[in-house]
Every structure is written in structure tokens, then in C-alpha cells.
Design a protein around this ligand. Structure first.
Ligand code: SAM
Length: 196
């Protein structure tokens, strides 16, 4: 079965442009077949970005895990005027993210990385709309191992749907982190995880 994280080089390319405005800042994203939420920005990703921006702290860098075509990293980098790194395993999504960073004039670099495999730095913020379709173990690894890539006061912000198993995931994370649910809308939960 094809998933949004499968690298299928035979899938015909059909680029399209998606627009998003935050306050009065306009963004444009090139999307394509074979990537997550190819026709419109995912509601959960928008809720995550806008909830984070209501609660933002001073940060100097952040990491977007499972960055797709770059929506979360590009909007936050522009609004917060902050450097960022985005990682994914979908090569087509990464190529789009690189183009989208140029298009929106932000300082975000993108690289292929299966979870944190190619990451060695530490960040003030790790933010993710994780790949629920990849299974609970992948999602838990992204969230639990995030603490190894966080600065001492760093924060993890994530969006997960109720039917993506958010309650059991939060329960499992509670042994590692202090968790705060920051927003709930249309079945999407936005939560913050910090070191205990
Ligand atoms: C729910 S999508 C979110 C995409 C993007 N952040 C957005 O908001 O539109 C999850 C992303 O995780 C990526 N992914 C899946 N498995 C991964 C893994 N093992 N390591 C890194 N990224 C992965 C998928 O390719 C997909 O782009």
C-alpha cells in the first residue's frame, strides 16, 4: 500500500501551489502527488503552528520532525525570525521543502533522516505533526527520543488526532515528560512536553 511517506519515483509529478496567510504575512507552498496533505495545508498543522505562536518563547533554533513540504518550519521560521532544520524520509517532500524555503525566503535547511538518524545538534524546540500512519512505535520514538536533541529548557510541541491514539500516547509520554494539552479542536490535540 502507498503511504505519504513512501518514496515512489514512478508516481507522476503534478505540482500545485497552496497559499496560507498568518496575520498579514503571505506564504506560498509548492506541493505535489506523493506527499502528505498535497492539496491543502493540514488542519492539524495549522492548529499546531497557530497555537505555538500564541505561546511562543524566545528561541534561536528549532527542528521540525517529519517536515513534509515544509509548512510548519517555514511559517515558524519566518514569523519568529529563527533558523530551523526539517527532516523527513520522503525525498519528494524534502525537494519541495527546499524550494518552498527559497520561495518564502527563510533560513531553513532540510535533510533526509529516518527519525533522528542524521541529527546531532540540540534545539530549543522540536515540533512535529508525526506520521501516525507509520504506526504508534514510530510516533513514540519521535517523541521519546526528542529529549536527546533538546537543550535543557527545550520544548516539544506536537499535534495528534483523537483517533490517532492521542490519549494513550500522552499516557506513555507522561513517564518521561511533563505534558500540557494546549489546544483541542475538531478532534486534534496540541500538546507540549517538557523534561520533568
Ligand atoms: C503527518 S505528515 C506531516 C508533514 C508536514 N509536517 C505537514 O505538516 O504538512 C508526517 C511526515 O513524517 C514523515 N515521516 C514518516 N516516517 C518518518 C520517519 N521514520 N522519519 C522522518 N520522517 C518520517 C512523512 O514522510 C511525512 O512527511
Amino acid at each position: 500500500m502507498e503511504h505519504y511517506f513512501t518514496n515512489n519515483e514512478n508516481l507522476k509529478s503534478k505540482p500545485r501551489t497552496i497559499r496560507y496567510t498568518y496575520n498579514s504575512t503571505n506564504f506560498e507552498f509548492i506541493s505535489d502527488n506523493g506527499v502528505f496533505s498535497k492539496n491543502k495545508i493540514d488542519y492539524g498543522s495549522i492548529l499546531l503552528v497557530e497555537t505555538y505562536l500564541k505561546n511562543k518563547k524566545n528561541i534561536t533554533n528549532f527542528l521540525d520532525v517529519g517536515c513534509g513540504y515544509g509548512f510548519i518550519s517555514i511559517v515558524l521560521s519566518k514569523i519568529l525570525n529563527t533558523k530551523a532544520v526539517g527532516i523527513d524520509i520522503n525525498k519528494r517532500a524534502l525537494n519541495l521543502a527546499i524550494q518552498n524555503a527559497q520561495l518564502n525566503k527563510v533560513d531553513v535547511s532540510y535533510k533526509e533522516s529516518n527519525i533522528y538518524e542524521n541529527i546531532s545538534q540540540k534545539y530549543d524546540l522540536i515540533i512535529t505533526n508525526p506520521p501516525i500512519r507509520a504506526g504508534k512505535q514510530v510516533v513514540l520514538t519521535i517523541l521519546k527520543d526528542a529529549k536527546n536533541y533538546l537543550k535543557p529548557d527545550g520544548e516539544i510541541w506536537a499535534v495528534i488526532r483523537k483517533d490517532g491514539g492521542v490519549k494513550s500516547i500522552i499516557k506513555e509520554l507522561s513517564t518521561t515528560y511533563q505534558i500540557e494539552i494546549k489546544e483541542k479542536s475538531k478532534g486534534f490535540y496540541i500538546f507540549l512536553a517538557k523534561n520533568n
